[in-house]
Design a protein around this ligand. Sequence first.
Ligand code: ZN
Length: 115
Amino acid sequence: MDDILERLAKSDFRRKFKLKDKDKLYIEQKGLETIKRHAQDFISKRIAPAEISNDGKQTPMKGHPVFIAQHATATCCRKCINKWHKFDCGRELTFEEQDYLVNLIMRWIEKQIEM
Ligand SMILES: [Zn+2]
């Protein structure tokens, strides 16, 4: 997991995404457990289904720290997930795969908070 985060950090596009102070404050107020539940919710509803009508546009660029983390970790849409994490498009993601994506998002968020 740290290996993929390292590779993502070398991508000029991915590494532009960083948590702002207001994102960190939001995380502090909500707590990491709640943020993780939000991540699980976004992944299961916006990312996991086999068919996504607006794939590539379903993850806003701001508005929730998890959205920013999704762009930074290439878990923003099925095309990026296919390219970076090798999960095929056009089928529902398994619970294990969803769990992997959520854990990656949370790992990235934890690293951002430490900075
Ligand atoms: Zn994407």
